[in-house]
Design a protein around this ligand. Structure first.
Ligand code: PFF
Length: 445
């Protein structure tokens, strides 16, 4: 069998993992979720959840991958026996579900990049832009073709392998992404009236907090850090067995949090400076912002820069969503990478068709009263990822337990006291909190 690939360097791993984490979740989802949940109050809870659950589950996934040098199915099976293999398979399936709706949004992003470059978004009227968005996302062929185009980019990158495909793309695209993000945030904060947007994001209004705020923050945190579906596990499996993990994990978390904050700082000042509602929901990016871009000085540059940023962020994340399935089929079933990529990409795309059509062309495509698109988003983000994270925490904390502790403190450069704290979090804090939040998000309590 061909030797398994490794990252070219630890920095390459950090870039790729940060590329996975920083995506539509940070730039499209975070600002409107914070907007809908009270701004600053949400941010505080979000940061707390990242510090407690994000760090511990991220480290658990990376250690699991690095120790086993296997895909999610193989990793759980190797340490836990056959009975644990479905835990890895759940991750692979979750990836298919996420990617199916992720490519639809990414397709819209490509369209908006093209439109903004061609001057096709030149209106300050949110109603007009809203109609334009509905016409695009509610169409039949255009959104599907765009999703397919995006999927082809994903497939071509992943098909190149770990170092020559994924690592190389991230090494180029991540610096570009942060450059665009910083530039846009700095520009937005200088807009007259933009200070109110900064205040909205940073000043907590605690009256807005409810149980639902915690659920929303947890779902956002796991989605943003790509946790609970074996993605970070798979990326960790391409690390060499004794690679140090403490600094790398800290860097991935910091880059993800900074990216979300910068996205908030790039978007909220614009929203406030142009008097639109921060609670506009998913349409914020595609309706509200273009109206503001059309009205602002330099909008002809800022608009395309923003949609380029969004496309790049989506691409570096989407490639990581596909990789667990690829590594499973190539590791365990001996498939070639090329064939696996195209088979998996086609399945995701096929699953994306009803998601896309449910946005307007076929409104009857519903599951449990939600559009197919929203049902996929809900199933993956509010149920499958938290369940995956719960299983990972229980597996690493209780079943692997002592072995995990040794793995982390002996060969990863993490001080024993931190490693013990980590195990306690995985054993006693993460599982009950995840169960509670799952019960809440599924409406059982
Ligand atoms: N973290 C990505 C984002 O914030 O957009 C989404 C994501 C990537 C989710 C990879 C899950 C995953 F495995």
């Amino acid at each position: 069998m061909k030797a398994r690939e490794n990252w070219g360097s630890r920095l390459g791993f950090v870039m790729a993992a940060a590329g996975s984490a920083v995506g539509l979740g940070n730039i499209w989802r975070f600002p409107y979720t914070a907007g809908e949940n009270g701004g600053g109050a949400f941010l505080i809870i979000y940061l707390g959840i990242i510090a407690i659950f994000g760090v511990s589950v991220l480290l658990a996934e990376i250690v699991l991958g690095r120790a086993t040098q296997r895909n999610p199915v193989g990793a759980f099976g190797q340490l836990g026996g056959r009975i644990w293999r479905p835990a890895g398979l759940l991750g692979v399936i979750t990836g298919f579900v996420i990617l199916s709706f992720y490519v639809v949004v990414a397709g819209w992003t490509l369209a908006y990049l093209g439109l903004s470059l061609a001057g096709g978004l030149d209106s300050t009227d949110p109603d007009l832009l809203g109609a334009q968005f509905v016409a695009l996302s509610g169409g039949i062929w255009a959104p599907l073709a765009l999703a397919a185009l995006f999927m082809a980019l994903v497939g071509a990158t992943v098909g190149g392998g770990i170092t020559r495909g994924i690592e190389r793309a991230n090494r180029v695209l991540m610096p570009l992404l942060f450059l665009l993000l910083v530039g846009l945030a700095v520009y937005a904060m200088t807009l007259p009236g933009g200070g109110a947007g900064v205040a909205f994001l940073l000043q907590p209004d605690f009256s807005k907090i409810s149980g639902a705020t915690f659920t929303a923050a947890l779902a956002q945190a796991f989605f943003s850090l790509s946790l609970g579906m074996g993605c970070m596990l798979t990326y960790g499996s391409y690390l060499r067995p004794h690679e140090r993990l403490g600094v790398a994990t800290g860097a991935i978390i910091s880059l993800d949090v900074v990216a979300a904050l910068l996205a908030g700082l790039a978007i909220m000042p614009v929203v406030f400076a142009f008097g639109v509602s921060p609670e506009a929901g998913p349409g914020l990016t595609f309706i509200t912002l273009p109206a503001a871009f059309a009205a602002m000085p330099g909008g002809a540059i800022v608009g395309p820069a923003f949609f380029l940023l969004l496309s790049v962020a989506a691409l570096t994340s989407a490639i990581s969503i596909l990789e667990p399935a690829i590594s499973w089929l190539t590791d365990e079933h001996g498939w070639s990478r090329g064939r696996t990529v195209w088979v998996c990409a086609s399945i995701c795309l096929a699953l994306g068709v009803p998601s896309s059509l449910s946005m307007g062309a076929a409104p009857g495509l519903q599951i449990a009263g939600m559009s197919f698109f929203n049902a996929m988003d809900f199933a993956a983000t509010n149920v499958m990822m938290p369940v995956g994270a719960l299983i990972t925490a229980v597996f690493v904390g209780w079943f692997w337990g002592q072995g995990a502790l040794e793995e982390l403190s002996n060969t990863s450069g993490v001080a024993p006291i931190w490693a013990r704290g980590w195990l306690l979090l995985l054993r006693f804090v993460a599982p009950p909190a995840l169960v509670l939040i799952l019960l809440q998000s599924t409406g059982l309590i």
